[in-house]
Design a protein around this ligand. Sequence first.
Ligand SMILES: Nc1ncnc2c1ncn2[C@@H]1O[C@H](COP(=O)(O)OP(=O)(O)OP(=O)(O)O)[C@@H](O)[C@H]1O
Length: 548
Amino acid sequence: MKSLLPFVRLMKSHLGWVVLGSTLGLLTLLSSIGLLALSGWFIAAAALAGVSLASAQAFNYLTPGAGVRAFAMVRTVGRYFERIATHEATFRLLAQLRVWFYQHLEPLNPARLKHYRSSDLLNRIISDINSLDNLYLRVISPTLIAVITSILVAGFLAWVSPMLGLLLLICLCVAGFLIPWLGYRLASGVGEAQVSATSQLRQRAITYVQGMSELHVYSALDSEHAKFVQEQKTLTDAQLRMSLISGLTSGMMAWVAGIATLLALIVAVNMVQAEVLAPAWLALIMFCVLASFEAVAPLPVAYQFLGKTRASAANLLEIAEQTSDIHFPDGSVEVVHPGVVSFKRVNFAYAERRVLDDFNMNVEAGERVAIMGHTGSGKSSLINILARFWEVQAGEVEVGGVNLRAYPESQLRDQFSVLSQPVQLFAGSVRDNLRLSGEDVSDEDMLDVLERLGLLDMLGSEGLQREVGEGGSKLSGGQRKRLGIARALLRNAPILILDEPTEGLDEATEKQVLEVVLTYRPTQTLLMITHHDLFLDRFDQVVRIGPQ
Ligand SMILES: Nc1ncnc2c1ncn2[C@@H]1O[C@H](COP(=O)(O)OP(=O)(O)OP(=O)(O)O)[C@@H](O)[C@H]1O
């Protein structure tokens, strides 16, 4: 249960709605019980009063009639507002949970998140967070309502007869504690299996859809489909077992309610025979006992799904409790020499994989540097280091004359414009993608750089509104790359880092692109990772990484 505590604490900020929803729920339920009990008494008492003219005339129809109407109105109006309040509370809690989760996820650098697939994270954000709406709506609020209602109704019956009160309390305890506990025990493993099966199925579905063309080409659709069906079956099996448990606990609940009513009837009939209870009270007691089970009826299902809710909570906490090992200080630093980059005796490894060993590089402001080396030698790792996605194990890295570790995050990001590999484009228009380089970038600047990179034809009649598709799927590989270069060029930062900007381009386009890269911002420092030696003579330095 410890895993649920942080989520219970989150409710504090919406305590008003939470308390209002539960109070209205309690009021509605008590009105419902009162309505049934009073109506039962009223009909029975009126019928008995009708036996003789004198008793019929003496019978007070007005007060109980008004009571029935009052209970009916409170029940109807209460139910309406209870739904509004509990849903408002639930949606507010869900919204807060999503933001809370994202706030914990966002600072985790790629080094922390590399063990998680993006589809797994997506599943946690959607499915696991949704499961947590069970906690307030189906567990906490109904439990509170059930406890208070049981005490009040059993107390009322105890006032009529202590025996009746005790009897109802015992039956409500069986229905409200024992049966939910049984449901919880039976379903605890199944709920966890359901959470895991849902996650697996969603991950499989995402991979399946994303890799559809490859699966077609390699004729692997059937085998992938078979795995998909198997995972669907695992989920359906878990759901079926959950339904069987629900059926079992609902049946037991109806059974206990029936037994309680029968026992109450026996006690009440004896009291009527002993003339300690008016006959019309028989109906009141019967309806009161029957209706009181409405309070505990939602509990077995709620507790049955508690295992699932706990598993979801554990999934979320697993991410939320991680702390980034990379800390950015607050405040600001004075960038002494904008555009300068230096690596001094740097050692760097991904876990046990050594990449840079005693690596040195000095780049002056405005210099153009080509970074070359065999594939896998660690060229792209320089970007990971400069962006502080990963930390170096030894040595010093300075940007603008300031140690990388002294930079607040946003100030560090302001030092670079980066074209990474592969280029990440977002579903949206060309303008949306270029806008990432700065809110103040004008359409004219965008069109100018696109023209220089030979991309105007790509825009067609739609211009900057041209949609690029999911990940740039509506563009060719070369267009994607050049659009990424355009975005990097448009961002006015002291240092431009391009990771293989001309990879996959034909020679003429490669020349055109390099020309733009080398002339677009003449005073900007350029670090260009490349495998090609085209235009190397126009670079101030060539840095080679790894064995030559
Ligand atoms: N996130 C990571 N976790 C573990 N190892 C990694 C990670 N990223 C890269 N590597 C490994 O580090 C080494 C250097 O990778 P890097 O991407 O820096 O090489 P590169 O020189 O840019 O290669 P290429 O020219 O093929 O792009 C490679 O052996 C690679 O397998």
